[in-house]
Design a protein around this ligand. Structure first.
Ligand code: DGY
Length: 418
């Protein structure tokens, strides 16, 4: 089987009927940002299936515009916390928090490749994307600061990043829900978040469920509140892609609203740059300061089109490459909190690399973009389509036959041909 066939076969094997599970057993439902990347992967060989991925995710959208982190299309005992813990009476059941909003970027990507034949599908999706971006504004930035708040580490997709450590200390470890982790039955516990982090994750779910998932009360009550540089950068990128869709499908008023959000976000995300650390950082919205931990999320303003510090960011990546560190580690390998095999505390993630490489390329830094892209391909080629990779010994770790890793391999494989 060729490499392309192998990647396509993973998407096909993880297809559960119009939606793709991230991998068998460990993640048996539809995840929000996974599906956005996976839709782009499907678009390299099956447009209908690419649109279905997005449409099925949007089956979980709430009336207020939230596109939840998980849509529980079919029951499974393989994952905790399942629908009963979230306590959200919807069909299909969903979780009650967002994930990084890659969806508008994915929709634009699929449409541009599909061309005129994709217009009807994109037109039907467009109002839902508009509603989702309004949700971010109303639910997570009601004061119009330009930065959206994150209330749960799961919302960032980077669950146990050391960037959350200090802010998570404010979250009590008591839970009403009995914690019955399933993840550590599927993969080595050394690759996963620690028990105390799960206690805090579930404490937050209990707290939010107690508000009836009321967006205003969640924002008021949450003891964890950060302006995540990753989420905000991805949202800024998504706003630009939504504006491109609005040029086709929207009203002048919608275009003006999106453009003014973009202008505001450009200014405030630029303010997340920290000169002493030479990196973009997350702001702690309770403590007030920038959180002094360099993570891979801090490269994502490049993907958002902010290029002022592109050369310095590229130099950091180049320096890691010269030292033989696998690109791009999710945590600075020189940080005390770096753990090369524990989920978001060090491992390399292909989707993050794809965004960073794209940002570098758009900033005109082709050599570093090529390093990141070819390093991603090398890791996948050597270790397989793993969930993530150890940047020190290049081992593939976490879940295997992973959908978004396969999708990124298809995308990078095509780009390498050009
Ligand atoms: C998990 O359960 O590990 C997921 O990252 C939550 O989205």
């Amino acid at each position: 089987m060729s490499r392309i066939e192998a990647a396509r076969a993973i998407l096909a094997a993880n297809d559960r009927g119009g939606y793709t599970v991230p991998t068998n057993r460990l993640y048996p439902f539809q995840w929000n940002w996974d599906s956005a990347f996976v839709a782009m992967g499907w678009a390299t060989f099956d447009f209908d299936r690419a649109w279905r991925e997005i449409e099925r995710l949007l089956e979980g959208q709430w009336e207020d515009g939230l596109v939840p982190q998980i849509v529980f299309h079919a029951p499974s005992e393989d994952y905790f916390p399942g629908p009963a813990v979230w306590g959200i009476a919807r069909t299909p059941p969903t979780s009650g928090i967002p994930q990084p909003p890659v969806l508008a970027t994915a929709a634009r990507f699929v449409l541009e490749r599909h061309g005129e034949d994709g217009i009807a599908r994109a037109r039907a999706i467009y109002p839902k994307l508009i509603a989702n971006h309004l949700w971010w504004q109303h639910a997570r930035d009601p004061d119009d600061t330009g930065l959206v708040a994150t209330l749960h580490p799961w919302e960032t997709g980077m669950d146990n990043s050391p960037a959350w450590d200090a802010a998570l200390e404010r979250v009590p470890t008591e839970t009403q829900t009995e914690i019955r982790r399933r993840d550590t039955g599927h993969v080595d516990a050394a690759f996963r978040p620690r028990g105390v982090e799960y206690q805090r994750f579930i404490h937050l779910v209990d707290l939010f469920r107690g508000t009836g998932w009321d967006a205003v009360r969640m924002l008021q009550l949450s003891p964890f509140k950060v302006a995540d540089v990753g989420t905000n950068a991805i949202l800024l990128r998504a706003e630009r892609d939504l504006l491109a869709l609005a040029e086709r499908f929207g009203t002048a008023e919608e275009r003006d609203t999106i453009a003014s959000r973009i202008a505001r976000k450009e200014t405030v995300i630029a303010g997340l740059w920290d000169e002493p650390l030479g990196h973009y950082l997350t702001r702690d919205l309770i403590g007030g300061g920038l959180i002094p931990v360099r993570t891979s999320a801090g490269f994502l303003p490049l993907f958002a089109g902010l290029h002022d510090h592109a050369a310095a960011l590229a130099e950091r990546i180049d320096a890691w490459r010269r030292r033989g560190i696998g690109l791009v580690p999710s945590t600075d390998p020189d940080a005390a909190s770096f753990e090369p095999q524990r989920y978001w505390r060090g491992p390399v993630w292909a989707v993050v690399n794809w965004m960073i490489a794209r940002g570098l390329r758009e900033a005109g830094l082709d050599a570093t973009a090529d390093s990141v892209a070819s390093e991603t391909r090398r890791l996948i080629g050597d270790a397989g389509f793993s969930e993530y990779f150890n940047p020190i010994d290049s081992a593939g770790i976490g879940g295997g036959t992973f959908s978004w890793t396969a999708a990124i391999d298809l995308l990078l494989g095509e780009e390498a041909q050009r």
